[in-house]
Design a binder for this molecule. Structure first.
Ligand code: N01
Length: 547
């Protein structure tokens, strides 16, 4: 007879070895907690491990992303580009993992498949996909808001006889742990489906060498130039000396990016002033135009229209064929209400003879055939299909785990109509379960490198406080959760963000024909969020039942 093996028990389990999960594991371990991490991949890096598609790179300033909390890492690391490439980002994650000596705390190639709260022990009982079990007091999710790959719902995907890739599952280079398998597109007809931030990065790279490239676009996006440049050694010396200042600055801006806010309203300016401002921002690297445009950009339609018209004219100037240019200009959402893709020669690609844009809004892709794609009565013969179709965002990776709280209630059911959380960190009936960079959380609509780290520090302080006060149980009060959730929805509803089907909105169609649209992110700004969390902490974690 098989002897039942006792499940291992630890203070905390951290799910995910991405930039936030590794740091959480490290901080708790340094505080003396026993911690076990799990990750489905074979090594650290999260997003930077999985997304290896050609052209993948950070579009946050490299020097403003990363481990500010780890004093031993920031000063030593040398950034060579303003916006680092994926292999560099993965090297950075590995370097940080070495510094934290974190791999020993992780079991890789292992997914948590089940997490049930055990009311008789107040512990979480976890099942892993290797068949083993573990129990923990604190369950901390760092699964990432953009990690559950979304394949489009198109018939025949399995029938395609050529090569096909989803961008977030690009094959690895067997000889380089940080790199991607190089695909030779030169003799190939390539189709790319999707024109979000990923498609906009991959398309110009594929267009350089593909014999033919067909871009299947359902919704155009408002894209602005990335403006990547090298970082010289001298600049790096200066940046190193300014890390404290940089951290203070990015911690003070709403989304954690290093751009000054423009306190003027668009309506307070003349057309000439607007043109001058937009021209200078368009030439600036990174998100400046989105985040340093007028302060009412996301609340006033008129102000938004000024910038949208400016960007539309840029597209008209950059794309030679007027009909193609019009197809590339969004008509269905205001500027910045979907994530703005940062591009490098994206629009010029459509002037190349080997590139064709196919609008699949009116006539959607009908099916994938063994030899390509069928759109209505047209067929496109292809050797390679690239699915740049994004993610089941924010809650998707948690939905893949059978998480059940008090009374056996599945988290998926609790959140069916939209997330309910307190501080975006805990959910009533799911005691001791923390969702880093999760729904309604101030680190999710933010520079995750920085905001995720600041949140780790807050959660760790809370767990330290509980230990110091001999407390082992934390759960939000219903009123606190309701108030927080309502506030998140209310803040969101005051903006133009409600007008777009971005990944941060959960759209649910009901059987009676009605639709609910719930904000998945907290948009009131990182500083406000962290101040609120600090106030809660200073009032002995008000709103949580601690015992
Ligand atoms: O995904 P998306 P993404 N037929 O969901 C289309 C982060 N990121 O991977 O808009 C045709 O934005 C879909 O069309 P529509 C960043 O936060 C960061 O590009 O639904 N098309 C859309 O065009 C970003 O926001 C970096 O009409 C179909 C596309 O696929 C987030 O990841 C780089 C379709 C999906 O776009 C997600 O970006 C890249 C169908 N059946 C990404 N189904 C950095 O640099 C879907 N689409 C850090």
């Amino acid at each position: 007879m098989l002897k039942k093996v006792e499940a291992r028990s630890v203070d905390a389990v951290v799910i995910g070895a991405g930039i936030t999960g590794m740091y959480q594991t490290y901080v708790l371990r340094e505080m003396g907690f026993s911690v076990q991490g799990y990750d489905g991949s074979s090594n650290v890096g999260g997003t930077w491990y999985w997304n290896r598609y050609p052209g993948c790179r950070l579009d946050t300033e490299s020097y403003a992303y990363g481990y500010f909390g780890l004093k031993g890492i920031m000063p030593e690391w040398t950034w060579t580009e303003r916006f680092a490439s994926q292999p560099t980002m993965l090297r950075y994650c590995n370097y940080a993992a070495d510094k934290m000596d974190i791999r020993k705390d992780y079991q890789f190639n292992t997914r948590v498949s089940r997490a049930h709260f055990n009311e008789s022990t107040d512990m979480w009982d976890l099942g892993l996909d290797d068949g083993s079990e573990v129990s923990c007091r604190y369950l901390i999710s760092a699964v990432g808001p953009l990690s559950a790959t979304r394949m489009p719902n198109i018939a025949g995907i399995e029938d395609f006889k050529g090569e096909s890739f989803h961008t977030s599952r690009w094959p690895r280079d067997p000889s380089d742990p940080n790199g991607a398998q190089q695909i030779d597109f030169s003799n190939k007809r390539v189709g790319v489906i999707g024109t979000g931030a990923t498609g906009v990065q991959v398309i110009p790279i594929v267009a350089k060498s593909a014999k033919e490239l067909v871009v299947f676009q359902r919704s155009p996006n408002w894209c602005t130039p990335l403006g990547n440049t090298p970082i010289t050694e001298d600049e790096m010396v200066k940046l190193r000396s300014e890390y404290e200042k940089i951290l203070a600055f990015v911690s003070s801006t709403p989304t954690g990016f290093p751009y000054e806010r423009n306190m003027k309203k668009g309506s307070q300016t003349t057309p000439e002033e607007r043109q001058e401002l937009f021209e200078s921002l368009y030439d600036m690297p990174g998100y400046g135009i989105w985040l340093s445009g007028y302060r009412d950009l996301l609340t006033s339609k008129a102000s938004n229209n000024y910038l949208a018209e400016f960007i539309a004219n840029k597209i008209r100037q950059r794309v030679k064929d007027p009909a193609t240019a019009e197809k590339l200009i969004p008509k269905d959402h205001p500027f910045g209400t979907k994530r703005v893709p940062m591009e490098t020669y994206y629009y010029e690609v459509y002037n190349q003879p080997n590139v064709k844009l196919v609008d699949v809004r009116e006539t959607p892709i009908t099916r994938v055939t063994p030899t390509g794609l069928q759109v209505g009565d047209k067929t496109y013969d292809l050797d390679v299909i690239v699915y740049a179709t994004g993610f089941d965002a924010v809650t998707g990776s948690l939905d893949l785990i059978d998480i059940r709280g008090r009374g056996g209630e599945p988290l998926k059911q609790t959140w069916d109509d939209g997330p309910l959380t307190y501080l975006g960190l805990q959910v009533r009936k799911f005691p001791n379960f923390f969702t880093l960079v999760g729904p309604h959380n101030g680190a999710t609509f933010c520079n995750v490198g920085v905001c995720g780290g600041l949140q780790v520090e807050w959660v760790s302080r809370m767990l330290g406080y509980m230990r110091d006060h001999k407390l082992v149980y934390s759960e939000p009060l219903e009123e606190a959760q309701d108030k927080w959730t309502q506030q998140v929805y209310e803040d969101f509803s005051k903006t133009l963000l409600t007008e777009a089907d971005a990944w941060w909105v959960k759209v649910k169609n009901h059987p009676d024909g009605t639709q609910t649209r719930r904000a998945m992110v907290h948009v009131a700004g990182g500083p406000e969020y962290r101040k609120f969390c600090e106030d809660i902490a200073s009032r002995d974690y008000e709103g949580f039942v601690l015992r």
